[in-house]
Ligand binder design. Structure first.
Ligand SMILES: Nc1nc2c(c(=O)[nH]1)N[C@H]1C(S)=C(S)[C@@H](COP(=O)(O)OP(=O)(O)OC[C@H]3O[C@@H](n4cnc5c(=O)[nH]c(N)nc54)[C@H](O)[C@@H]3O)O[C@H]1N2
Ligand SMILES: Nc1nc2c(c(=O)[nH]1)N[C@H]1C(S)=C(S)[C@@H](COP(=O)(O)OP(=O)(O)OC[C@H]3O[C@@H](n4cnc5c(=O)[nH]c(N)nc54)[C@H](O)[C@@H]3O)O[C@H]1N2
Ligand SMILES: [Mo]
Length: 684
């Protein structure tokens, strides 16, 4: 819905940020003569409060980028050669793609693999028409695990769903533990509330192996070793029990399995905890004292800490802490990892995706996090057919999936037919047979939920599609037609999809008028228990510390060869691999780099600013070394996720990561990774 702006030739359009970020901001998009001239945060949307991050305030630079894909492209070079493409018409591209897919489907549609994630988090441009298309086709399904499924499974096991505190009440907390989250970089609008709490006298503690820009702004920073959060949670429980900082009534009324957990926690005195976590016993004791004696106390957990072997168990243990102290009794107490479960009763996912088109079939499921291995697999009884075709949208797997060497090798298979829907020629598009130009958020309609707040948002198109770009929904509509799928559901418009996306409680006209609508959720959701588990009680049984796959304790032989743990958290000015090609943002990040502690640098004769090779048995990543207080001893930080082709020697940090999965949720363990590094010879 458009409204008049200050100048008569301008209109202001209500938008929503589509990116994979907890903030999901409401946008105010100013258009003049059919062109977007300004993007601002909506002032009336509470959590956006008129402010945007650096990246999205430059979203127009991304949309109008000189390298935007504006026509369909067909590959004319071999997959192992430098990529060369020729423009083709939509009609020719769709006819050829349909013919190729039909030939494969005639043998086994499960050999066709969709691959998508959260390039846009929109309910429409995500899995609506796309899901209908793949359901009707009977294609393989995709287990979308690459980000959050360990933590998601852990919350589900503990509390029944991805539920937590409400964002605004963090401002009233007296103690704020920011755990595995670089909020200032990756959850900026949370930081506004944290700052209010800080100004009101709250203590802020950051738990993160890296001394992030968020750690800089907290009163205390606890730099534990990656993947040891579960041990720290048990160590805290030990102290809460030892000092009787427990809310016995809350535990008794609302928690199952406390006795077993209590017995486990008693095995984690401060000395043992400190030893495992690589911190001091005093740090464990003082954190426990703060947490046990301050109310209301809030924990902002983020997904960074669950990208390790024991990520699921660690989330379970941390999530239980507010039950021990009764922090849930207060609206400003408890924990937030994800708020996405609050939307579940209001979402009409089945209407958008139409699982009935599967006709009762349950095609095989491939885990997106092991795409490297799976593209290289032959047909087998357990796996099913060899993957013969890949259709990629809203994701850049060649850059973001673990163990790049295998991912690249898989995408280079001469017998693999790959179609990529994209805005840009990414590392993945470079390995496609067809690249189809997709619209950006300024050019299409969508509706959004969030995983950091509890508001539904609408995104109205601000401008016409650029060039020949089409919304994902439209591309799948036209692909369905080319395949001869005649069901009426393939001609439903985006507006019709948007109107079906939510239950009647979300009034579409009101959503359009305001741009967003808050869900009616309880203020202090678990003050009287009432978790979303079958019996309403939190489930503590079975949670335990699980060590990393790759660590000195679990694999001393490997640690002898590769003594440094590497984490690869997000860079502030990129969004996963999105925006790496936006020059003004790339200029701020500078170049691919690894942060190294001075002791680890000295041990290797490494100079600040040297080009280094970071390596392990899986591969090498070439980048600049920065000797930095942001790195703790024994841990290097390889900030992600650069496009390989914009990195040094065509590499990025995922050359080093592996495809082993987490303890729960079958997620990747990106931050569970041992490496070493050496200075590169000057002419290398
Ligand atoms: N600017 C920007 N914002 C983003 C993203 C981005 O790439 N750039 N990514 C978005 C995405 S996809 C997501 S999923 C969300 C959340 O994305 P997250 O990956 O949760 O991002 P961060 O909040 O930066 O949290 C990662 C933090 O966890 C720390 N960490 C790493 N290993 C461990 C560990 O073992 N224990 C502990 N305690 N900490 C650890 C890292 O050093 C880092 O500071 O953010 C989103 N927001
Ligand atoms: N080493 C390491 N690897 C990581 C991580 C890490 O911390 N370290 N983080 C992991 C995490 S948390 C995540 S969530 C994944 C993210 O991985 P992805 O979900 O693949 O995210 P992006 O790299 O941002 O790629 C999204 C792509 O979608 C495209 N896109 C955006 N909107 C649209 C649209 O409307 N239509 C179409 N067709 N395309 C669109 C963008 O141009 C972009 O190229 O990466 C993971 N990889
Ligand atoms: Mo993510």
């Amino acid at each position: 819905m458009q409204s008049l702006a200050s100048s008569p030739s301008q209109t202001v359009v209500k938008g929503a940020c589509p990116h994979d970020c907890p903030d999901t901001c409401a946008l105010k998009v100013t258009v003049e003569d059919g062109r977007v001239i300004k993007i601002q945060g909506a002032a009336d949307h509470p959590s956006t409060h008129g402010a945007l991050c650096t990246k999205v305030s430059r979203y127009a630079e991304r949309t109008y980028h000189a390298e935007r894909l504006l026509t369909p492209l067909k590959r004319v070079s071999a997959k192992t050669e430098a990529p060369r493409f020729e423009p083709v018409s939509w009609a020719a591209a769709l006819a050829d793609i349909a013919a190729r897919l039909q030939a494969i489907a005639a043998r086994d549609p499960q050999a066709i693999q969709p691959y998508s994630y959260a390039g846009t988090m929109g309910q429409l441009q995500g899995e609506s028409m796309a899901a209908r298309f793949f359901n009707r086709l009977g294609a393989a399904r995709l287990d979308r695990t690459i980000c959050a499924s360990a933590g998601g499974a852990a919350l589900a096991a503990t509390y029944g769903h991805k539920l937590g505190m409400h964002l605004p009440y963090f401002a009233e907390s007296k103690l704020l533990i920011i755990w595995g989250s670089n909020s200032i970089a990756s959850n900026l609008h949370f930081w506004t509330y944290a700052n209010q709490a800080k100004r009101a006298g709250a203590k802020l503690i950051c738990i993160d192996p890296r001394k992030t820009e968020t750690a800089d702004k907290c009163h205390q920073h606890i730099a534990l070793m990656p993947g040891t959060d579960g041990a720290l949670a048990l160590g805290l429980m030990h102290e809460l029990i030892a000092h009787d900082w427990l809310d016995h009534a809350y535990l008794q009324a609302h928690v199952d399995g406390w006795d077993a957990l209590r017995a486990k926690a008693l095995q984690w005195p401060p000395e043992r905890t400190a030893e495992v976590c690589g911190i001091t016993p005093e740090e464990v004791q003082s954190l426990a004292r703060d947490y046990g004696t301050t109310q209301p106390a809030a924990i902002r957990l983020n997904y960074g800490m669950q990208r390790v072997h024991g990520g699921g168990n660690a989330v379970r243990l941390i999530a239980l802490l507010p039950c021990l102290t009764g922090a849930w009794r207060h609206r400003a107490g408890g924990l937030l990892l994800s708020s996405s479960g609050w939307f579940a009763p209001y979402k009409n996912t089945a209407a958008l995706e139409m699982p009935e088109l599967l006709n009762g079939a349950t095609p095989r499921m491939v885990n997106m996090s092991t795409i490297g291995d799976d593209l290289l697999r032959e047909a087998s009884a357990g796996f099913g057919p060899k993957i013969e075709a890949l259709i990629v949208y809203n994701s850049n797997p060649v850059a973001v999936a673990p163990e790049s060497a295998k991912v690249v090798k898989g995408f280079q298979r001469a017998d693999l037919f790959t179609v990529v829907l994209e805005h840009f020629m990414t590392d993945t598009a470079d390995l496609a047979d067809y690249v189809l130009p997709a619209t950006t958020q300024l050019e299409h309609l969508d509706v959004h939920t969030s995983y950091g707040h509890t508001d539904v948002l609408i995104n109205e198109p601000a401008i016409a599609p650029l060039g020949e770009a089409k919304p994902n929904t439209q591309i799948f509509r036209e692909l369905a037609a080319a395949m001869g799928f005649g069901e009426p559901c393939f001609s439903e418009s985006d507006e019709l999809l948007a109107r079906q996306a939510f239950t009647a409680e979300i009034d579409f006209a009101a959503l359009r008028a305001q741009g967003w609508q808050s869900l009616p959720v309880p203020e202090a959701p678990f003050a009287q228990g009432g978790f979303h588990t079958p019996n309403g009680r939190a489930q503590a049984g079975g949670a335990d510390y699980v060590a990393n796959y790759e660590s000195r304790a679990s694999n001393p032989v490997l640690a002898e060869r590769y003594p440094l743990a590497m984490i690869s958290p997000p860079a502030r000015n990129f969004l996963n691999s999105s925006f790496v090609n936006v020059k003004s943002l790339r200029d701020i990040e500078g170049e691919p780099l690894v942060e190294v502690h001075a002791d680890d640098a000295a041990a290797r004769g490494l100079a600040d600013g040297a080009m280094v090779r970071v390596f392990n048995d899986r591969g090498s990543y070439v980048c600049r070394a920065r000797i930095s207080k942001r790195a703790r001893p024994g841990v290097v930080n390889g900030l992600g996720v650069w496009w390989r082709k914009l990195g040094v020697q065509g590499t990025n940090v995922n050359e080093l990561t592996h495809q082993r999965l987490t303890d729960m949720g079958a997620a990747p363990s990106f931050y569970d990774c041992l490496v070493d590094l050496q200075t590169l010879p000057v002419d290398a």
